[in-house]
Ligand binder design. Structure first.
Ligand code: ARG
Length: 414
């Protein structure tokens, strides 16, 4: 008697996986697991209904809080990949962990997903699952299933899949982002119609939003303290009304394929913009520039679904070391789809109005005149190097066309 836990959404792929896991892989029982990372209510209804119609043993696990904490780690790391705030990428390891837990509790021998062999998600799920003793099954990839085959198979077996229009787009939603791909969007020259967007209104109108941070973590919006999940959901709705947080990217997937993806993520855009604005006030130049490299690496690992890797702990140790002072507020203006910082305030500002102002006299024993010595030295090496170069003859130019003289007019010598 063997049991397999299947990542189950109730969509076409995972629905056809249920009988296939028995017929093709010889398992006796299938357990469906749906993990809540903030999908719309309708998706849970679809999963429940389909599970019932299939007679599938079905579990729903709420992982929203854990996921929101990971989103806030992403805020501290100012994380984006090619302009996308990593919603799907960050959710996958959380979902994979939750499914593995259910699989173990329910005495399963295997875990399965309905991902295709072309995308990133297969890799993100499996890296978590392959750390266990359970067998890992990927029916869609392993059996080379196509959408048409699945539709026909579902029809033959009378499986409970929505007739025909499983929607024109392939959509993946969680609290951090809503991703839309497929259909006509696969043509990079196709301009998306307004109706691919659900979270963001057609960009118009404007407002300002103030976000309060404590050690880099968002804790309040416009003076109102909120828990992580609530804060993200509130901002998705509020900032979404102003059309903020849309991206249309040519995304380089892990397997090398380029895909066109559309995303909406109002809360992520507001929080990332505000966080960065506050950091700009409180971090030193050295911290700001070295952190950019760290952020890039954190984001790459997150994209690959490897947030549980040791190197990510090390990168986060760096990030956390910088975040103690990221306490205060930043205000963004959301306006006709754009989001930009317009104010920031912190008791830890590395900023002295007195020193920077044009109107004050000597501060901390330093006067304007003291800059004279600095001005004399500034660029010394570059001036010296340019003078030396003037005396250098360029051999290839000397032979070219017989005109040996270099009059320093570089543009003509390209
Ligand atoms: N390309 C993105 C990623 O790999 C998101 C994929 C979202 N899936 C979808 N069906 N729209 O992170």
């Amino acid at each position: 008697m063997t049991r397999v836990a299947l990542a189950f959404s109730g969509g076409l792929d995972t629905t056809v996986c249920v009988p296939l896991l028995k017929e093709e892989y010889g398992h006796d029982e299938v357990v469906g697991v749906t993990v809540d990372v903030g999908q719309p209510e309708s998706e849970f209804e679809e999963a429940e209904e389909t599970a019932e119609a299939l007679g599938l043993e079905h579990y729903v696990v709420d992982a929203k809080e854990e996921f929101a904490d990971l989103c806030f780690d992403a805020v501290k790391a100012n994380a984006t990949y090619q302009g996308y705030p990593l919603g799907t990428a960050l959710a996958r390891p959380v979902i994979a962990e939750a499914i593995l837990e259910v699989a173990k509790e329910q005495d399963c021998d295997a875990v399965a997903h309905g991902c295709t062999g072309k995308g990133n998600d297969q890799l993100r799920f499996e890296t978590v699952w392959r750390d266990s003793d359970l067998e890992v099954i990927a029916p869609v990839r392993e059996l080379g299933l196509t959408r048409e085959w699945e539709i026909e198979y579902a029809d033959e077996r009378d499986l409970p899949v929505e007739a025909g229009d499983g929607g024109v787009w392939s959509i993946d939603t969680n609290i951090w982002s809503r991703a839309v791909e497929g259909g006509e969007l696969e043509d990079p020259s196709y301009v998306p119609p307004e109706d691919i967007y659900e979270w963001t209104a057609e960009p118009e109108g404007e407002t300002t939003i103030q976000v309060e941070f404590e050690a880099g973590v968002p804790v309040a919006v416009d003076g109102e303290a909120m828990a992580p999940v609530e804060l993200i959901q509130y901002l998705n709705e509020y900032a979404g009304k102003y059309g903020v947080g849309r991206t249309d990217v040519m995304e380089d997937r892990m397997l090398g394929l380029k895909v066109r993806e559309n995303y909406e993520h109002p809360a992520a855009t507001v929080l990332l913009t505000a966080h960065k604005a506050l950091e700009d006030l409180v971090l030193t130049k050295g911290e700001r520039s070295s952190k950019e490299g760290i952020e890039q690496e954190w984001s790459e690992m997150a994209y690959k679904g490897l947030v549980f890797a040791p190197v990510v702990d090390a990168l986060e140790a760096y990030v956390d070391e910088t975040q103690d002072v990221v306490t205060g507020t930043a205000t963004v203006k959301v306006q006709a789809g754009s989001c930009r910082a317009v104010a920031r305030d912190s008791e830890y500002a590395v900023y002295s109005e007195e020193m920077a102002s044009f109107n004050t006299e000597d501060v901390a024993g330093i006067s304007q005149e003291d800059a004279t010595g600095v001005a004399k030295y500034h660029g010394l090496q570059e001036r010296l190097a340019n003078n030396v170069k003037e005396g250098v003859t360029k051999p290839e130019l000397a032979t070219d066309g017989g005109n040996g003289s270099n009059d320093g007019n570089d543009e003509t010598n390209e």
